[in-house]
Design a protein around this ligand. Structure first.
Ligand SMILES: [Zn+2]
Length: 300
């Protein structure tokens, strides 16, 4: 398996707005978990007139610290990368305090049939942005120009936000340094995810700021490693099923040796996402039944 060069060392402080670069600040929410790493990093871009990216969970302490830290400045935009519960619910609390519109690609794309099947990252089904953004759209936050990059895969409505002048990108949960992204079908889609990674690779930006964890300073190498990792994982599934047809729960052990038991549900869903890709490509077929109960075999 080619190694992903994970970046796990994370220099941050809870409860403090940290200046990361000119015009880029971050406040980290206290919601650490196996899915959020140290918690949700809420970014503030601009000075004087600012946009907030991913206000985070429904956590009044986090939002109060953010609002207090921005006293004397004006919030013009509340941007949301996608509507998982650790990213978007804080928008309602922030909006109550500042009145800025919310901006995102759209509400959640599909009701997830696997919402409770092993991921804590629930969906904020109530989120519906005031303004829907499209891929390639640009707008100004004070003197700063922001570009929208639609990156479906982790969710169908996932959007990254770029600052073309500096080559900084707020990559949400699409590209994270500490971990791979969870792809939960049907809203999460492996083919979309791989296309969205290729899109990022082709852009040649300088630096990514994921919502969770540290920045990625050599994004091209990192994204290339993510793409080859997923292809390798699918090759491993094809090899495994070449020996014997299997159900998803049986595949977790051989594909993820030594996995943290808390992540088994996520691993199953990730395998399902890969299988759906391989089924669409005509390489695998599934017996009748629910995705976790049916048997997958190689098409020969
Ligand atoms: Zn997410």
């Amino acid at each position: 398996m080619p190694e992903i060069p994970f970046i796990r060392e994370h220099d941050f402080q809870y409860g403090q707005i940290e200046v990361l670069a000119p015009g880029i600040r971050r406040l980290t929410a206290r919601n650490p978990s196996a899915f959020t790493y140290y918690g949700t990093g809420t970014y503030i871009i601009g000075t004087g007139t600012v946009a907030v990216i991913d206000p985070g969970p429904d956590d009044p302490a986090h939002l109060n610290a953010l609002i207090k830290g921005l006293e004397g400045e004006g919030i013009s935009h509340i941007l949301v990368t996608h509507c998982h519960l650790d990213h978007s619910p804080g928008a309602r609390l922030l909006q109550a305090a500042c009145d800025a519109p919310t901006y995102a690609f759209g509400p959640h794309g599909a009701a997830s049939e696997h919402r409770d099947a092993g991921t804590e990252e629930g969906v904020d089904v109530d989120f519906d942005p005031d303004v829907r953004l499209v891929h390639g759209q640009r707008f100004s936050v004070g003197a700063l120009e922001v570009e929208c990059i639609h990156t479906p895969g982790h969710t169908s409505n996932h959007m990254c936000f770029a600052l073309p002048a500096s080559g900084d990108v707020f990559s949400g949960d699409h590209v994270m340094g500490w971990s791979t992204s969870v792809i939960i079908p049907p809203d999460g889609d492996m083919a979309d995810y791989l296309n969205s990674l290729q899109l990022m690779l082709d852009r040649k930006d300088n630096r990514y700021w994921p919502t969770h964890g540290p920045p990625i300073k050599t994004p091209a190498d990192y994204v290339a490693a993510l793409i080859s990792h997923r292809h390798q994982r699918m090759d491993d599934i094809l090899k495994l099923l070449a020996e014997t047809p299997m159900q998803i729960p049986q595949m977790v052990g051989p594909l993820y040796p030594g996995l943290d038991p808390r992540l088994i549900g996520g691993a199953r869903l990730s395998i399902l996402a890969s299988l759906r890709y391989l089924i669409a490509n005509g390489e695998i077929e599934a017996s009748d039944g629910m995705p976790m109960q049916c048997t997958y075999r190689r098409v020969t």
